[in-house]
Design a binder for this molecule. Structure first.
Ligand code: GDP
Ligand code: IMO
Ligand code: MG
Length: 428
């Protein structure tokens, strides 16, 4: 089973870190292909909890080589903070490989992210403020800085000058900020490049050679399907392709090398930041889910918006990612509910939608059509076989599977590594 892609099926924070770790202990490479340190992936091993932002979750598995692919935007300062923090806790990060072609988040990208959001006022996206959008914008505008540029002062200076030529006009004249100094920026980036050099590699070549040798590569997505720049709830999205296709463009591995696509879904839904969210709960049940599920952002600490499971979203995720398996997480959080609503379709101005509306206005106006399943009260955190779950819990999972159009292969019953029910192997 050489090429496995793992993506978020909802609006992020589904438990991709835990799902990656579950497989990561058995694979040879774990490669991030999109996003940057806007991600916050949690891996819990025993008493230790690791919050990973830029590093692939495979860094925790001593046998996997962690790779940051070309589709990622790398903030070198954050990368070193993360490496230092992990090494202090005894995690060896020396195996890390960073694509020479990955884009760099420079300090001015962070500044622009923040001032743009402030300027947008009520129309803000609610970004993580990490410079993600501005760094991807520069990539597309062809004024971005790549990792390999940090190793050549002449090239770097030329690129920083070009980038700042326009940005300083905007910063000073539009946002009333101080201009960014070219020399200081070049110096800072050169110093970071010096430290980054030993990790830099032609990661497309490395991954393709590994796959040709029959090694297993897990492609770990950041963000999620509904935050995808093409397929998500545009404009309330991130600036990359977290969907499965992004694994190919974001690592330089062709689609013929991908054997499996795993979508990670919560047994309910959360979202951080702005944008439409049909099943969002504004009543005490929203509060209840947030409290039971500890729904606060790993990256920004923001409270997550909470709602019931949305099967329209999951069917859509099955479609746009070509999902072969779903890992359903946080089922334990629903324990104690008398009944559990599931959104099976939308009502948009009296018209029923079984599939995702592509029109932004229709999606914003979508009212969930619910069906209700009976809940359960038994503690499920120690259950390891599907048949041992309470009958109503089994029925809930089976219904989600049917509505999602994809089999549920693993079920999360708690944050720990062993809080998992494996229904079908994720590796064979
Ligand atoms: P990611 O961004 O998709 O990796 O997800 P996050 O790490 O941002 O958020 C998921 C949170 O849920 C983390 O705190 C995990 O430790 C936790 N978690 C993951 N799976 C489960 C589960 O099955 N049950 C419970 N109770 N918590 C889980
Ligand atoms: P993981 O990988 C949840 C959201 C932000 C905002 C929008 C754009 O942990 O699931 P950006 O900073 O990317 O320009 O912000 O995307 N967002 C996430 N929400 N989980 C994430 O990552 C996210 N990464 C970005 O809240 O709404
Ligand atoms: Mg997260």
């Amino acid at each position: 089973m050489p090429g496995i892609v793992l993506v978020g099926a909802q609006w992020g924070d589904e438990g991709k870190g835990k799902a990656t770790d579950l497989i990561g202990t058995k694979v040879d490479y774990v490669a991030r292909f999109n996003g940057g340190n806007n991600a916050g992936h949690t891996v819990v091993v025993g008493d230790e909890s690791y919050a990973l932002h830029l590093l692939p979750s495979g860094i925790i598995s001593p046998n996997a080589t962690p790779v940051i692919g070309n589709g990622v935007v790398v903030d070198p300062e954050v990368l070193f903070q993360e490496i230092d923090g992990l090494e202090e806790r005894g995690i060896d990060c020396s195996r890390l490989l960073v694509s020479e072609s990955a884009q760099v988040i420079a300090p001015y990208h962070r500044t622009i992210d923040k001032v743009t959001e402030r300027f947008a006022g009520k129309k803000k996206i609610g970004t993580t403020g990490r410079g993600i959008g501005p760094a991807y914008a520069d990539k597309i505008n062809r004024v971005g800085i790549r990792v390999s540029d940090l190793f050549d002062e002449e090239v770097l200076r030329d690129k920083v000058e070009s980038a700042l030529h326009q940005k300083n006009q905007i910063l000073v004249k539009l946002y009333n900020r101080r201009a960014v100094d070219v020399d200081a920026t070049v110096e800072e980036l050169l110093a970071l490049g010096e430290r980054l050099k030993p990790y830099a590699a032609n990661t497309s070549l490395v991954l393709n050679q590994a796959l040709d040798e029959g090694k297993t590569v897990l492609f770990e997505g950041g963000q999620a399907t509904m935050l995808d720049i093409d397929h998500g709830t545009y404009p309330f999205v991130t600036s990359s392709n977290p969907t499965a296709g992004g694994a190919c463009t974001g690592t330089g591995v062709g689609p013929t090398k991908i054997d499996r696509v795993i979508g990670v879904s919560k047994a309910y839904v959360t979202r951080v930041g702005e944008g439409p969210f049909p099943t969002e709960l504004f009543d005490e049940w929203g509060e209840w889910l947030r409290a039971q599920g500890h729904e606060y952002g790993v990256t920004t600490g923001r409270p997550r918006r909470c709602g019931w499971f949305d099967a329209v979203v999951n069917r859509y995720a099955t479609q746009v990612n070509g999902l072969t398996d779903i890992v359903l997480t946080k089922l334990d959080v629903l324990t104690g509910l008398e009944e559990i609503p599931i959104c099976v379709a939308y009502d948009v101005d009296g018209v029923r939608y079984d599939d995702m509306p592509t029109d932004q206005r229709a999606f914003a106006a979508a009212k969930p059509i619910y069906e209700t399943m009976p809940g359960w009260t038994e503690d499920i955190s120690q259950v390891h076989r599907f048949e041992d779950l309470p009958a109503t819990c089994q029925a809930y999972v089976k219904r989600l599977e049917e509505l999602s159009g994809c089999r549920i292969s693993a079920i999360g019953t708690g944050p720990q590594r062993d809080h998992i029910i494996e229904v079908h192997s994720l590796l064979d």
